[in-house]
Structure formats: C-alpha cells, structure tokens
Ligand binder design. Structure first.
Ligand code: HEM
Length: 127
C-alpha cells in the first residue's frame, strides 16, 4: 500500500476533478488572490486538473499538452507574496474539506502543495 501514489490514494481522476471544481470558486472570491485570475476560469481549471493529476503521481497529462511544467516560471508574471501562498493554501484546505476528503488525506495533500506554494513566492509583502 505504501507504494500507492497520492493520486491513487485520494481516488484518482474523479477526486482531482472535484478538487479543482471546489477550489476555483473559492479562489475567485478570495480578496488576496482572486483579482490575479481571469474571469473565464475554465481554462485555468482545466490546466490545474492536468497538472495536479501528474503532480500527485497520475498520468503525465499536463506535460503531454504543455511540455515541462516549469511552474515557478509560469507564475512569474503574477506578483505572489507570502500572503498569496497562504490564501491559495487556505482555499485549497476549504475545498478539500468541502469534498469530504478524510482528514489524513487532506493533511497529505496540503503538505504536498505547501512546498510549491511557498516556492512560487516572487514578491515581497507590501507594507
Ligand atoms: C502561491 C499562490 C499561487 C497563486 C497566487 C497562483 C496564481 C496563479 C495565476 C494568477 C495563474 C494564471 C491564471 C491565468 O491563466 O491567467 C496560475 C496558473 C496556474 N497555477 Fe497557480 N498560483 C499559486 C500557486 C499554485 C500552486 C501551489 C500550484 C500547483 C502546485 C499552481 C498551479 C497552477 C497551474 C497548473 C496553472 C496553469 C499554468 C499554465 O498556464 O499552464 N499554482 N496560478
């Protein structure tokens, strides 16, 4: 069992789909990070579905369509502060809870995403 990927542990494609569908409405409403996102969120949602699938150890869907993820570089056009990373993770926490993921799996997913979230910080906090 310990060989199972996070993707398999959380329930595969259906769960990744549920995560992104619960997550982006929260992101859009979030005062800190909502304004960074386009009104038409569907393309972002789809890319995140592809990315999280591969990030959690499922099929390499993002790379098949868009090449090397280079996620930090892809976030450089947007000013991302420590507060943005915290806001992103807090929207994710709410989304995982909304889809009724078990507490241990929520903790695993948040742990795996907090590395990249803090790694994408590229801007100092405003005074
Ligand atoms: C730290 C806080 C974060 C902020 C503020 C943020 C914000 C954004 C924004 C503004 C976009 C572009 C939307 C557009 O297309 O106009 C984006 C794209 C994306 N983000 Fe984030 N993001 C954060 C963290 C993360 C994390 C932790 C992940 C995954 C581990 C992630 C995955 C993605 C993906 C897959 C895309 C689409 C990339 C593409 O264009 O192909 N983001 N993000």
């Amino acid at each position: 069992m310990s060989q199972q990927s996070t993707y398999e542990q959380i329930g595969g494609a259906d769960t990744v789909r549920k995560i992104v569908e619960a997550f982006y409405p929260k992101v859009q409403k979030n005062p800190v990070i909502g304004p960074l996102f386009p009104e038409d969120i569907m393309p972002v949602m789809e890319k995140q579905y592809l990315f999280l699938t591969q990030f959690f150890g499922g099929p390499m869907l993002y790379t098949e369509q868009y090449g090397h993820p280079m996620m930090r570089a892809r976030h450089m056009p947007f000013p991302i502060t420590e507060s943005s990373a915290q806001a992103w993770l807090s929207c994710m926490k709410e989304a995982l809870s909304e889809i009724n993921m078990s507490e241990p799996l929520q903790a695993l997913v948040l742990e795996r995403l907090s590395g990249p979230a803090y790694h994408f910080i590229n801007t100092a906090e405003q005074e």
